[in-house]
Design a protein around this ligand. Sequence first.
Ligand code: PEP
Length: 251
Amino acid sequence: MRKKIIAGNWKMNNTVGQGICLAKEINLALRVKTPQCTVILCVPHTHISAVEGIIDHDKLFVGGQDCSIYEKGAYTGEVSAEMLFGAGARYVILGHSERRSLCHETADILKTKVGKALMHKLKIIFCVGESLEQREAGKHFSVVEEQLKQSLFHLTDAEFGKIVIAYEPVWAIGTGKTASSAQAQEIHAHIRKTIAAHYGKAIADECSILYGGSMNAGNVKELIAQPDVDGGLIGGAALAANTFLPIVEAY
Ligand code: PEP
């Protein structure tokens, strides 16, 4: 059975103090009601160690939202994969569309980051997804296929086993528009088929594929009921316990 995962992506929100309060509230709720899925909080780099310090490690994991392509050295402002792991992160988001567009992260840059993250024992939540223009042109299948091939398909079978895919249509991120459950299932199945063609059915069947894009308490049940949707990567709704917890509790 592949892992079911609900991951929150806090993006650049919350001070450390606010982040600790939110993480404590979530942790307390999960203590009362054990989650039936893996729950991850992907927090700003500055928050990792503080959040890691207050969570129950059997219920909640901390992740970063990016890592450097560099190992160490004179790279002012950069944070390495080794530093993330050392601070307590066990996951890292790579390839988020905001970083692809705002920070000009190319497939090659992401390939290097994937290597650094794996070298330092981080599991990766790797985001793929098409723009509205690409979907309207019917290119969504080929766009995600290329994103997978260019940054991930050089990995060995064992390395690929450390990857979680997040399908995030750019047009649904932070817009309140969600892919319909049928649209999500269709492309998740295509992603799994693409993985199977490269790594074989057994590895594809083990790979968790999350949906991201305005997932909330109202639409989560229908989305996760789809056979190839294994959870969610949540942005806006991850910023308050009362909007995040109902998503976790949908499992
Ligand atoms: C995201 O940015 O990863 C995301 C899914 O955001 P939102 O839930 O706000 O659409």
